[in-house]
Design a protein around this ligand. Sequence first.
Ligand SMILES: [Fe+2]
Length: 127
Amino acid sequence: MTKKLEIYKCRVCSNVIEVVHEGEGTLVCCKEDMELLKENIPEPENPHYAYVEELDDMLKKVTLKHVMTHEHHIEYVEVISNDGKFLKRKYFEETEPLEFLFRCECKEGFYVRLYCNLDNVWITRAK
Ligand SMILES: [Fe+2]
């Protein structure tokens, strides 16, 4: 059984999938059950920590200090409202600065979730 927004990875081929609609079944890739990735919570000194700036009521900016090399990089960053109704995702090129501007009223609060190619999934609560 899956839950909306869960992220699963194939241990064999590294396929990564995100659940957009939950179901009773088990996710399988390369003839094996896919691994449900744990959401790690970084301390501010950890490179997977997301800094959030509120530029105004709607406009917000996420910044990260993670390295961006071919071997180790952030593949994408998501902003997700706490009620799970709003999600924005930005994919990053290896040479791109780790900045993400987005508009969200998100009165119920939101969190930032990212996927690192080596260290998997990390979340930072914004408020
Ligand atoms: Fe990392």
